[in-house]
Design a binder for this molecule. Sequence first.
Ligand code: ATP
Length: 248
Amino acid sequence: LATGDALELEGVTRTFGALRAIEDVSFSVAAGERRAVIGANGAGKTTLFNVVTGDFPATAGRVRFFGEDITEVPAYDRIRMGLRRTYQSSLLFRNLTVWDNLFLAVRGVARGRFDFRRARGAHPSRAATDELLERVRLQSVAQRLVSSLSHGQQRQLEIGMALAGAPRLILFDEPAAGLSPAERRELVTLLGALPEHMGFILIEHDLEIALRVVDRVTVMHNGRVLKHGTPQEIENDAEVAAIYMGGG
Ligand code: ATP
């Protein structure tokens, strides 16, 4: 199992013109740790993800991934290094089946390395696809088109896509948004059943969900880290409660 820190942020700032979306953010996430990032709308959570994945460069500060400085590393190389994410908007292939979507993720189509000739009879990829299907609990809809799935099933599939190909850290951007109570329970089950060594960072507005699946919580407010704590500490924190009640 990996030891040390999966992710280290040091003084990370990202500006958009005069707006400081995140400012001087420093914290670490240990290898295998499960962390929630919470905060009101506009607190900077998604910007933090974008800077970690390289979707946007940081304006200042350093990002390290398993000890390696990746601040200047392009997004596609960070994927190759084992960094994965999901987005708030769906990136699924809606006119393909669930199984085919997962198969393409396994084969690395998202990273532009899909080779159709080599894919013929590629049994290891098929086995890996079946395994992913089971992991995200979608066996019963394997041959359905994505466009016919419920919102919750699509979110499960997006998680499956992010799990393809040996991730070392996964960033989940609000996977519970728009889910029904039953779908939320399914999501909690799925996240809770991931292999123990698989660390992730979860953006989640619903403290109840965060509290059930993570080890630690980081609270962001106006682009800065307000505090970190165990889920119980954050749940009982008066300052955090005030921000949530007051809408920031
Ligand atoms: P939400 O929960 O609503 O997704 P958030 O905590 O993820 O909010 P961000 O999306 O990171 O917050 O936004 C932080 C601030 O940065 C906001 O004021 C937002 O308008 C701004 N911002 C984010 N992305 C951009 C962009 N590409 N261009 C300009 N401003 C941006």
